[in-house]
Design a protein around this ligand. Structure first.
Ligand code: FAD
Ligand code: SF4
Length: 397
């Protein structure tokens, strides 16, 4: 039996008390546990340390001479993939849930940290330590709200588990990586998704109310590569709203301040990342960061169709034009938004170039947000790779 050196503990914060990162808190869950002891070091919004943690997790940090590293982080492989038999009701084709189920079925891990929803509300996240594939499948589909994934960390130690898979987004994974050594685990696997523009539950309601024609029947939505938000409704119908027609003036404050100051869109510290934005429409995008990530992907390889990543178009002008438009909160009339969507879809960036478009637009916006609201944090909070990405554009003061 291995013995674990006792780690330092502190008292978890009460649910509604102010968090150390104050309004920048993304409710990652760390402060709901005694691991709050490590918060000054671990919190993604108090101590940005992506390069150091990359070196620990992947054996190296981003190569700043490589633009692919700036954008997609440390990686050894990338591809587009989709499940031959998609999981009904998953966010995309269910690659994330399938990997987690395989890891449990084969005994590679004993538990999976994932996010179910509460009984009353399909979008209210409920972090769980799943021990069966059924519990993992009950966590399929995004709960597009801030989610305290790490609130189950104390449960892991109490359960005595030694091999664990954690599914999560960038800010949760940064904190996890910092306390990883304190969890008493023999093996930790991290399966990440990209994440951007997240909201509180109240913010989500405002977004649905201002954007969808039928906010109460939305079961799932995604900002798609065709420059439209696709809302899936309870009856299976799909409602499409062009990005350029979003009521940016009303939605400006809807995104959480944490997400307006985040530069870890691509989940730099996960072993394997599964998203969609670097892949053709209908496919998922897979980034393998290290050998553990490769091991996880191999478990489901036979269940996937795959194709190499591709890149087409030039995003730079569209990004430059979007900067002042967002800044001023311009909303196009719906007919113009639709027209612009059609034109951009025909000639616009595709594949990895679409992913770069999305990263550039969000990083320039977030850089301005941090500069205006947290100037004293700008230098240390913005990672070097993000400064180089933002440096390609002309920003307003
Ligand atoms: P599924 O098999 O349906 O599994 C989804 C998994 O997500 C579940 O295991 C669940 O535990 C976990 N989960 C659900 N809600 C949360 C949450 N709030 N926080 C942490 N984990 C959660 N991809 C892109 O390429 N570009 C984007 O801009 C992008 N934005 C995203 C924004 C948010 C808020 C989230 C949660 C994800 C985002 N993704 C983005 C990832 C993408 O939407 C899919 O989650 C991913 O491709 C996996 O799809 P799947 O069908 O394999 O997942
Ligand atoms: Fe604590 Fe996480 Fe909030 Fe930081 S983001 S203050 S670690 S709950």
């Amino acid at each position: 039996m291995t013995s674990v050196a006792p780690h330092k503990k502190a008292k978890a914060l009460k649910p509604n008390s102010r968090r150390p990162a104050k309004e920048l808190c993304s409710e990652c869950g760390l402060c709901d546990t005694y691991y709050i002891h490590y918060v000054k070091e671990a919190c993604a919004f108090l101590n940005q340390q992506i390069a150091e943690l990359e070196a620990e997790a992947h054996g190296r940090s981003r190569n700043l001479d490589s633009q692919d590293d700036w954008y997609f982080g440390v990686h050894q492989d990338m591809m587009a993939a989709r499940k031959k038999q998609p999981i009904e009701g998953a966010q995309w084709t269910g690659i994330v849930s399938t990997i987690a189920c395989e890891m449990l079925n084969r005994g590679i891990v004993e538990g999976v940290v994932c996010i179910q929803n509460t009984k009353e509300d399909r979008f209210q996240p409920k972090p769980v330590l799943a021990k069966t594939p059924e519990e993992v499948l009950a966590a399929k589909v995004n709960k597009p709200t801030l989610s305290p994934n790490l609130s189950v960390l104390e449960e892991i130690e109490k359960s005595g588990m030694k091999r664990l898979l954690v599914i999560g987004v960038g800010c949760q994974i940064q904190a996890l990586r910092t306390v990883e050594k304190e969890l008493g685990l023999e093996k930790l696997f991290v399966l990440g998704t990209p994440c951007v523009d997240n909201v509180t539950r109240a913010g989500l309601q405002k977004f649905l109310d201002t954007t969808s024609k039928s906010p109460n029947t939305v079961v799932h939505y995604e900002f798609m590569q065709d420059f439209k938000v696709h809302f899936k409704h309870e009856d299976g119908s799909i409602e499409k709203v062009p990005f350029f027609g979003l009521k940016t003036n009303q939605l400006k404050d809807v995104f959480a301040p944490s997400c307006m100051s985040c530069f870890d869109y691509v989940n730099s510290l996960a072993d394997l990342v599964v998203g969609y934005m670097g892949a053709p429409f209908g496919w998922q995008w897979i980034v393998v960061r290290n050998e553990k990530g490769q091991e996880m992907l191999e478990l489901v390889r036979e269940q996937l169709d795959t194709q190499p990543v591709m890149s087409k178009g030039d995003r730079k002008q569209a990004v430059q034009q979007s900067i002042p438009a967002y800044d001023k909160g311009v909303t196009l009339p719906m007919w113009a938004a639709k027209l612009m969507g059609v034109v951009i879809e025909k000639i616009g960036p595709k594949g990895l170039e679409y992913a770069r478009f999305s990263i550039d637009s969000h990083f320039t916006r977030n850089y301005l947000y941090v500069k205006r609201n947290y100037r004293e944090k700008l230098e240390s909070h913005v990672p070097e790779f993000a400064k180089r990405i933002v440096g390609q554009y002309k920003l307003p003061e």
